[in-house]
Write a protein that binds this ligand. Structure first.
Ligand SMILES: Cc1cc2nc3c(=O)[nH]c(=O)nc-3n(C[C@H](O)[C@H](O)[C@H](O)COP(=O)(O)OP(=O)(O)OC[C@H]3O[C@@H](n4cnc5c(N)ncnc54)[C@H](O)[C@@H]3O)c2cc1C
Length: 296
């Protein structure tokens, strides 16, 4: 039973209410995850601090050469953003694949990250984009790599009873030097997290030149969104193409540790799926890098 529900008018007020209740109050944004978790008693909170009225946390802009997304931006905001469609199409695609229209209209990117599901669609794409998060508390403000918000044992390192994620930022994909892709497989009749999703970003300084960097992220194949680091390593310095992509996809499948799941299929099935989907994502990313993809 909730004791109180606050709707603060400023970030400072939100932080001070959280502080007053010393661990008994928790941030709520769209509530698409939290309300169900409260109902099922998976999360306890006596007090909710509804930050959905903090309009300054709902924005998608380019600032000082980085794309900055306010934590309260909804999945619909991200999927419909022309800035993201142009400069980070894999992220708008990921946001557009979340749940249903109703969920996308209410669920926020900040909630998707802090809820820390290993297959959270926008989080997987943001990790491939090497995003940074801004977290504020009464002790001040810090910028951390998005990856560092995840505990290796699963869950978030951010404490929503004390801290607020305010924004996420990343470098836009530079035209003809970077290509990305987001691919996802979900059960046809389910409005839920995917069977598997994969986001990749590859970089090359010259047309058809060797790859200078690669990031491959997928879920749910581990306790957190999973970076296939061995596969990434093999791509760095390799020339893009079937041979290097097949090798990387095989390594990514080897590294992945999916569990047998009643809803998502066996571990063996999803390992094979990981191989196929990483290969597909790399191939799409390469055509985007070459300027031939549909998204560039
Ligand atoms: C039917 C259904 C289908 C779904 N399908 C998908 C899907 O396909 N893909 C997918 O990725 N997700 C899916 N989701 C999950 C969900 O919609 C997303 O994770 C959503 O983005 C969560 O955002 P929210 O604003 O609703 O978070 P909330 O429910 O408000 O909060 C989630 C958690 O984050 C904390 N929190 C929220 N915002 C902040 C902040 N700014 N700072 C600090 N802490 C914060 C809260 O305390 C809570 O612990 C689905 C959910 C439902 C119910």
């Amino acid at each position: 039973m909730l004791e109180a529900y606050y709707k603060p008018a400023s970030l400072e007020e939100a932080l001070s209410i959280l502080d007053d209740f010393a661990g008994r109050a928790r941030v709520i944004a769209g509530g698409t995850d939290l309300v169900l978790q409260l109902m099922h008693k998976e999360v306890a909170a006596d007090v909710l601090v509804d930050i959905s009225g903090l309009r300054q946390l709902r924005k998608i802009r380019e600032e000082n050469g980085r794309i900055v997304i306010g934590a309260l931006s909804t999945h619909t905001d991200l999927s419909e953003s022309s800035l993201l469609q142009e400069k980070a199409p894999l992220l708008s695609a990921a946001a557009g694949s979340v749940g249903s229209l109703q969920i996308r209209n209410v669920g926020t990117v900040g909630g998707n990250i802090v809820n820390a599901q290993p297959a959270a669609d926008t989080a997987v794409a943001l990790l491939a984009l090497d995003a940074t998060a801004k977290v504020v508390s009464l002790s001040g403000e810090k910028q951390v790599l998005l990856e560092e918000l995840y505990s290796p044992l699963g869950g978030s390192n951010l404490n929503p009873c004390r801290e607020i994620l305010t924004e996420i930022s990343f470098a836009p994909l530079s035209k003809s030097k970077a290509g990305g892709a987001f691919v996802r497989l979900a059960r046809r009749k389910a409005v839920a997290l995917p069977v598997l999703n994969v986001a990749v970003v590859i970089h090359s300084e010259e047309a058809k030149g060797a790859l200078t960097d690669a990031r491959i992220v997928m879920g749910p194949v581990a306790l957190t969104p999973f970076r296939a680091r061995k596969a990434e390593q093999v791509l760095r310095g390799s020339f893009p193409g079937e041979e290097s992509f097949c090798r990387a996809a095989g390594l990514a499948a080897d590294e992945a540790r999916p569990r047998d799941s009643r809803f998502r299929g066996s571990a063996a099935y999803r390992k094979e799926l990981a191989r196929v989907m990483v290969l597909r994502a790399l191939t799409i990313a390469q055509s985007n890098l070459d300027g031939q993809g549909v998204n560039r």
